[in-house]
Design a protein around this ligand. Structure first.
Ligand SMILES: C[S@@+](CC[C@H](N)C(=O)[O-])C[C@H]1O[C@@H](n2cnc3c(N)ncnc32)[C@H](O)[C@@H]1O
Length: 248
């Protein structure tokens, strides 16, 4: 395990990796920064990038790696799991540590899902394990603390997901950006369902969204579906409120 630093604040703990500049935030609040319960998230300061807001201001953003539960995904995505075809190939771009591909993989009803995401899953698992150990020490002294117990449960869930994302028998992980992946041409038209939910479509600025849409469109079969979360404009991305889901 790499050297990690832990800072405890009244409302959150932050675990930092000074070398990779990835921070893990675990917040006290029920609702995460995006208002949907993603209360454990990672930020990579190395991958800082700029987005242009509606008012044309330039604002510094960091890449967040979240792990939404399935119920936070739009109904259009949740419906796809009901498919009766065991040959359905799911592919998620920017899956982070979300539950969707984990659920598909664990259900073993469909083909192994494909994930395209450059996140450092090994580091994420190390950091989560570090926070789990630190919490276990605290809970050993006082196991009546409700928030700590809830946190520990969420962390265990995310560690479990990390393991599945890293297991080639369960998920085909392409640990790279969509842009790098697009150079592997034989993978064009490989998936029945392509999902980008808060992935590169939202993590890129307006200029790059068209490219992302084109690259993701190429991944789906002719009769397949592409489900993308689209932000109306970048100022709303920051607020994390206004977005629509396109099914193509
Ligand atoms: C906000 S998280 C969303 C994770 C998950 N879909 C969820 O809703 O909780 C964004 C994810 O997109 C990934 N990502 C960002 N840019 C990407 C790119 N160009 N290609 C592939 N993945 C990317 C990040 O590594 C991160 O895991």
């Amino acid at each position: 395990m790499q050297d990690l630093e832990i800072q405890e604040h009244y409302d959150k703990i932050v675990i930092s990796n000074p070398e990779t500049k990835v921070d893990l935030y675990i917040e006290e609040f029920e609702q995460g920064p995006q208002g949907d319960g993603s209360d454990v998230y990672f930020e990579s300061k190395k991958n800082k990038y700029y987005v242009v807001t509606g008012r044309r201001e330039r604002i510094l953003q960091t890449v967040k790696i979240t792990g939404r539960d399935l119920h936070s995904y739009p109904s259009e995505v949740q419906e796809t799991i009901k498919s009766k075809n065991p040959k359905t190939q799911f592919l998620e771009v920017g899956a982070g540590l979300a539950e969707f591909c984990y659920k598909v993989a664990m259900g073993r009803k469909f083909l192994k899902p494909i994930v395209i995401d450059p996140a450092n899953y090994e580091l994420l698992e190390d950091m989560l394990t570090f926070s789990k150990n630190s919490l276990s020490d605290k809970l050993a002294k006082d196991d009546s603390h409700k928030i700590l117990k809830k946190r520990a449960k969420k962390i265990n869930t995310l560690i479990e997901r990390c393991k599945v994302y890293r297991d080639p028998n369960k998920i085909q992980l392409y640990n790279m950006t969509l842009e790098d992946f697009s150079r592997i041409k034989e993978l064009d038209g490989i998936a029945d369902v392509v999902i980008d939910y808060w992935g590169p479509m939202i993590n890129n600025n307006d200029n790059k969204q068209e490219l992302v849409r084109r690259l993701e469109y190429r991944l789906k079969k002719k009769k397949g579906k592409l489900i993308q979360a689209i932000a109306y404009n970048c100022s709303e991305v920051i607020g994390g409120r206004s977005m629509r889901v396109d099914v193509i």
